[in-house]
Design a protein around this ligand. Sequence first.
Ligand SMILES: [Cu+2]
Length: 119
Amino acid sequence: MRTLVLSLVAAFAVGGIALAAPDPTSSPEAVPPRPPTTGAVVHVKNFAFGPANVTILAGQTVQFIEDDDLPHTVTAADKSYDSGNLNKGDKWEHTYATAGTYAYFCAFHPYMKGTVVVK
Ligand SMILES: [Cu+2]
């Protein structure tokens, strides 16, 4: 007795793929987040941060520029951030999102201290 094999072909009806053009009047504006602005620049020179105390606004960035021949770091007093070794000519930035007073120091020379006040 022969077995009749039936091939079942499932047909998927794909119909009516309508690519609706987005309505520019109804879609929200795609506004990219604003990049943080530089609120202060601190030079690392002669084993000191200068100026040692800066004041910025929340969301702004402090840029640190290493001018010494020896490496320094910018290390948060609470260790929440650390630049790692900065060598002469290096620039490093940190964004301070929240108001407060943030002390930092150099991990190699703990007497090198600075403060960022964020309003
Ligand atoms: Cu140092």
